[in-house]
Design a protein around this ligand. Sequence first.
Ligand SMILES: C[S@@+](CC[C@H](N)C(=O)[O-])C[C@H]1O[C@@H](n2cnc3c(N)ncnc32)[C@H](O)[C@@H]1O
Length: 438
Amino acid sequence: MDSPKQQCLFDLPTGTPIQTKIAVRSARSGTFTDNMKLPVHRWYRYSAGFSAEWVEQLIRELSPSAVLDPFAGSGTTLLAAEAAGVLAYGYESHPFVARIATAKNHWNQIEGKLFDAAKELLNIAAQRPSPDMGVIPDLLVKCYMPEVLQQLYALREAYRSCANRFDPEISQLLWLALTAILRSCSFVGTAQWQYVLPNKRKSKPLGVLTAFSQKIADMVADMAVLRNTGCRSDAKVILHDARVIPENVSLNSIDLVVTSPPYPNNYDYADATRLEMTFWAEIRGWGDLQDVVRQFIIRSCSQHATAEKLQLETLLTDSCIEPIREELLNVCNELAEVRQTKGGKKAYHTMIAAYFCDLSKVFRALRPICRLGSTVCFVIGDSAPYGVYVPVDDWLGRLAIAAGFKSFSFEKVRDRNIKWKNRKHRIPLHEGRLWIKG
Ligand SMILES: C[S@@+](CC[C@H](N)C(=O)[O-])C[C@H]1O[C@@H](n2cnc3c(N)ncnc32)[C@H](O)[C@@H]1O
């Protein structure tokens, strides 16, 4: 394990006031107000889709009585709403990501309890015999030096043995701390918002105890700071599929929806947490992702379409895509043709059709819970799989109208054309805010 010198936060005598501990930590951590390091937001890096400051400003400007983020991810909107003093709900159907958002949502717990629990966890890990490594999944073998993995397993096993000694919220925060250091302790390319890239090397992976200690210190510091601001702490993370009308959000109760849904750009949200889920033995490998995650989320990647063996004809008969059927048919047929000329033969034709069916269902599920006159903002980008342009914002706007919303407009925020890895095309793409009024 790391040398004791690296664990100085936990070396302070028992009884040291928490503020002193925070001061020790802050002196080593640089600025706390950096945009990329906002309290609580920074606990787990995830593709937020928009900045927390922007959402908070929007919420303050519109001062709704309740906000909903139907694709809550790690909870950016929820935290921003709490800061703005507004009740917020967030759906997230990726079970592992929902757990991350839920754990972050416990920032209002007493920070001293987390600190003490982390210290106990480390003591238990240090006292237990070396963990039985068993059969190590390939991905973990590729990502960690054996001694690093042994330390991580030691913490994991210690966590499993003592989690029920603590308040459930504190246990979830410990789980988050351990989950959140997995990438920084790996020597391979594990850019936070990338799939793991085992063939790329990281120059300086963190030591396990250093990373864990720093993460706990950041969390403890943020909890203290936020509690002193007296901001709201009642946002609700709901494990729920946005395509379905929820049971636990009242009809006509939401007057602002702000969200960043998956884009139809082949990003696989299931794969985004493969390393973490493998570490916690929730999956054995890539092959488990369809059953454990993908089946619950919007069909926005070709693996999804392939795994479900989707049929274009069936998808296109779905009444929910009625307003865009002709154009969608043309695009999907073109994609079906182009794929025959490509080595990978990716199923973009069915992925695109399934994506719009899914998003249409999302608008239909949103309509009854949104008040008349509500504002819905989808931060969204268009796409061009195999160089075939898909006018995402226009089609989504029309699907929203068909679901009963009144009008839509698109506000471009930036140009982009870098999403597709093969970059065989030069189709100009953009990203921006689809404003829907209802
Ligand atoms: C761009 S991310 C949103 C990130 C979020 N703004 C944040 O602060 O982290 C889109 C999220 O939608 C989730 N998602 C995909 N399909 C979903 C569905 N049918 N219902 C609810 N959430 C879903 C994904 O798992 C992913 O976390």
